[in-house]
Design a binder for this molecule. Structure first.
Ligand code: 1CP
Length: 349
């Protein structure tokens, strides 16, 4: 049995205090990160295991976090499949040759992770060596739908109209695309666990743009397959998306041990809908970190009060930490979640 607070919470075992980590905890809000990125491009930092390792460790040195997450991105996986990805500064990711037809789907390759993204697997091995027994390491992948969305839209999107049109107009090609992504994502998750990742998070950031019936029919079966494959390695799996609060009952069917929730739902309400079979991660609005501590603290208390010490809560934000987030609030948040949750447990026993 693991002694790491984070892994115990994933398995809904009791903990001494609530574990906390932050999605995108390595990133532009940290001066240390900006210093590395001033010298190397996004893809260079991801493709150089020593740099990815260094960036992974930066937030752990600065804050009392309970887990590391490997520094990488969900999108480089698409490069080996045949898509030309660039990170354009100030604009985000861009794919120069997005998928527009069934023939484009059929031309996609499905290389194994060891060939496609060996640098991230090596970075995982490096980080594990550096961490020793200090903290557990989370690996991650984009989920098939969210990757399909980038592959078809060619970047971020407001209405996700191209991906939705493709689903409707090319139903056979849609399933072939999801099959290919499922194969690549499943293999990537397993390879990360084999390289040393002790938990795996599946980011389905944009699945919430779909109606529940479409999610169930066109997306959920693929999510279930990648999660079953990942869980076959024995490590806990976290499934995360935003705007999924209208389909929490369905998320309990993904097979993930932990479900990540955004901030548009009260955490106890979300947990009631998810049921007793899963742990929960979230759900602080990342924008709250821009306010004064006096505003932030009662909102953190609200989450802890609603969880009421129930085993299986991992404190996190409801989406990634935003560039410009005041570092002092991050430090204070992490310390406060530990102190307050420990005190609540003390007074309850
Ligand atoms: O330095 C920079 O300006 C690059 C910003 C950046 C960073 C720090 C990007 C570009 N990716 C990352 C790293 C990253 N991406 C991590 C690192 C590990 C960590 O510390 O948490 C992770 C987990 C991701 C995952 C990711 N990338 C997601 C899923 C999570 C989410 O926020 O929903 C998504 C959607 C992406 C795509 C992506 N990559 C980068 C940006 C700016 C985006 C989002 C673009 C969009 O809004 O469509």
């Amino acid at each position: 049995m693991s002694d790491y607070r984070f892994l115990r919470a994933c398995r809904r075992q009791p903990v001494d205090m609530t574990p906390v980590w932050l999605m995108r905890q390595a990133g532009r809000y940290m001066a240390e990160y900006r210093a590395v990125r001033a010298k190397y491009s996004m893809l260079e930092t991801i493709r150089t295991p020593e740099l990815a390792c260094e960036i992974t460790l930066q937030p752990l040195r600065a804050f009392a976090l309970d887990a590391a997450i490997i520094f990488a991105d969900i999108l480089p996986l698409l490069i080996g499949m045949g898509l030309q990805l660039e990170f354009v500064s100030g604009e985000g990711p861009v794919i120069c040759n997005p998928i527009a037809s069934a023939a484009d789907v059929d031309a996609l390759r499905t290389p194994p992770a060891a060939e496609n993204v060996p640098f991230t697997l090596e970075a995982i091995r490096l980080v594990r060596r550096e961490l020793g027994g200090w903290l557990p390491l989370i690996g991650f992948s984009g989920a098939p739908f969210t990757l399909a969305s980038y592959a078809i839209e060619g970047g971020g999107s407001k209405h996700h109209l191209k991906v939705k049109s493709f689903m409707l107009n090319e139903p056979d090609a849609w399933h072939r695309l999801m099959e290919k992504l499922t194969q690549v994502v499943g293999d990537y998750l397993v390879a990360q666990a084999e390289a040393g990742a002790q938990a795996l998070q599946v980011f389905d950031s944009w699945a919430g743009v779909l109606a529940p019936a479409d999610y169930r029919q066109l997306v959920l079966p693929y999510v279930q397959r990648v999660i079953a494959q990942a869980r076959g390695t024995g490590v806990p799996v976290i499934y995360f998306g935003i705007d999924l609060n209208g389909m929490l009952g369905l998320l309990a069917e993904t097979g993930a041990e932990v479900i990540g929730v955004d901030w548009r739902v009260e955490i106890d309400d979300a947990w009631r809908q998810l049921g007793d079979g899963v742990a929960i991660q979230g759900n602080l609005d990342p924008a709250l970190l821009f306010g004064p501590w006096e505003q932030l603290q009662p909102r953190v208390d609200n989450i802890l009060r609603r969880v009421a010490g129930r085993p299986g809560h991992i404190f996190n934000l409801g989406h990634g930490i935003l560039p410009g987030t005041p570092v002092d609030n991050v430090r204070r948040l992490v310390e406060y979640v530990h102190e307050r949750s420990a005190a609540l447990k003390e007074s309850a026993s």
